[in-house]
Write a protein that binds this ligand. Structure first.
Ligand SMILES: NC(=O)c1ccc[n+]([C@@H]2O[C@H](COP(=O)([O-])OP(=O)(O)OC[C@H]3O[C@@H](n4cnc5c(N)ncnc54)[C@H](O)[C@@H]3O)[C@@H](O)[C@H]2O)c1
Length: 449
């Protein structure tokens, strides 16, 4: 198919001159940093989100994401070239539209593309010829061409001729101070040359290095490969943790020493399992799609199962350690959990292994309080709505000492670990916080779980 050259060259010129107006659909952990990066690269950026409260907060210049620099949003809004909206009619005025909406799992733990489909239908209802539409949400290989394209072409316009489209996976690492939206290389894939060229040109203006690939399915597969790699390696290191522990070997010391090998090894660290809306979800998308096309992914599936049970395994080791070290039964024990976010320094509890372990410990009869500087009050989560409303316990020496044990699940910085080390009766550490930071534990014994 040949592109309509004037539509193509008009958009190319607008991108080259930074006159292109760009919309991100979805202003979450991925879409908002992307919208700001687009604005900071010199484009007019508009974020579209269905959540009117979030739109209002962003337009009021509120920080919204905890690890953002204090005035990043406020300065962008004040420039007059960045705003948020919940008005879908603004889509018609855009030149480039990036879709950054959730792609969770459904109740059967199969891919749920309903947000992507709804967002694409909204775009289809308001768009005009000559726009570039890029999906950034994680999907299975073939979803951009198989699910998005038919919706966008339903009105008679043809992809690659009347409008342009492709897939570019997000690699956002929330809270990472070194690798940000701008300096993380960005894979771009499309099924026709005109779309590929426009994507490479556009992302080349936004990020330091676009990485073009030959199709949208290839770009989709890149994302699933990266996250499946992490899934498998996290399962592997957690398996080694337990095996080495039984051999009297400290896995963290092993990993640090192994990481000195300059080739063929990349360190992964043990922990209480995986969380967030990204790493646990992508391998499920890959596995589902593999089955769909008559293939299979047994290694990934085993790793997923292992990661899914990691919080339960931690709970079991805490119960055993409590009895062994203190003669305290888990049933009736009072525990304090440090950190409920799914990872360090983010205010995000989605699919957090900490919450899963908390649920399991309480199922075993423990009473489990928590401390998390990011959550004064426990938010509503899809998997653990019944925990919502609980309050974070303030860290004072006498409070810490009043619990049978303290369990570190998330290694947030800014927590007074020295106070905990000096006052806890018994410490369970799933993140190697104390040894890792060189904090001497003088309260009760330290058990790495
Ligand atoms: N969070 C991460 O670390 C991360 C990293 C890489 C990739 N991803 C992927 O990026 C995608 C987005 O994830 P996220 O973490 O930003 O999600 P999020 O839940 O933080 O944000 C999604 C936003 O989209 C909005 N939204 C939902 N449906 C919409 C619609 N039809 N129109 C407009 N707005 C809509 C929601 O209100 C919400 O504000 C997912 O596919 C995820 O797997 C996430």
């Amino acid at each position: 198919m040949t592109s309509n050259f004037s539509l193509f060259s008009d958009l190319r010129n607008k991108i080259e001159t930074h006159e292109a107006k760009v919309m991100t659909v979805g202003l979450g952990y991925v879409g908002l940093p992307m919208a700001l990066t687009i604005h900071e690269a010199g484009f007019d950026a508009l974020g579209f989100d269905l959540n009117a409260d979030r739109v209002a907060a962003i337009n009021a210049g509120e920080k919204v994401i905890s690890y953002f620099p204090e005035r990043r949003i406020a300065d962008a809004v004040a420039s007059g070239r960045f705003a948020a909206t919940d008005d879908a009619a603004r889509i018609a005025d855009m030149d480039v539209i990036l879709i950054c909406v959730p792609t969770p799992l459904d109740a059967r733990r199969d891919p749920d593309l309903s947000y992507v489909i709804r967002a694409t239908e909204t775009i289809a209802a308001h768009r005009r010829p000559g726009q570039l539409v890029v999906l950034e949400s994680t999907v299975w290989p073939g979803a951009t061409s198989g699910v998005l394209k038919p919706i966008l072409e339903a009105g008679g316009l043809k992809a690659g001729r009347d409008f342009f489209m492709g897939f570019s996976p997000e690699r956002e690492d929330p809270g990472n101070a070194v690798h940000n939206t701008r300096n993380i290389p960005k894979v771009v894939g499309a099924d026709d040359k005109a779309s590929r060229d426009l994507m490479e040109l556009f992302y080349g203006r936004i990020v330091d290095r676009p990485v073009p690939v030959s199709s949208s399915a290839t770009a989709e597969a890149v994302k699933l490969t990266e996250n499946s790699f992490r899934t498998v390696n996290i399962a592997l290191i957690n398996e080694l943790k337990v095996a080495f522990d039984a051999m009297g070997v400290d896995v963290w010391e092993v990993v640090d020493a192994a990481a000195t090998k300059p080739f063929g090894y990349m360190p992964f660290y043990p922990g209480p399992g995986i969380g967030g809306d990204c790493i646990p979800v992508s391998p499920a998308y890959l596995s589902w799609r593999a089955r769909d096309v008559g293939s299979q992914t047994p290694i990934i599936d085993l790793a997923r199962a292992s990661n899914d049970t990691a919080p339960d395994s931690i709970a079991a080791r805490v119960a055993a350690g409590l009895m062994r070290e203190a003669g305290v039964s888990i049933s009736g024990a009072r525990l304090l959990m440090l950190g409920v976010a799914y990872k360090r320094d983010v205010e995000d509890t989605r699919m957090s292994p900490a919450l899963e372990a908390l649920r399991r410990l309480e199922e075993m009869g423990a009473a489990c309080d928590y401390h998390d500087p990011y959550f004064e009050v426990m938010p509503v989560t899809r998997d653990h709505p019944n925990l919502a409303g609980r309050k974070s316990v303030a860290l004072h020496a006498d409070t810490v000492a009043s619990y049978d044990a303290v369990l570190v699940m998330t290694d947030h910085s800014g927590v007074d670990y020295a106070l905990v080390a000096a006052s806890a009766k018994l410490l369970f550490d799933s993140r190697n916080v104390f040894d890792g930071k060189g904090i001497k534990v003088t309260g009760g014994p330290l058990i790495k779980v």
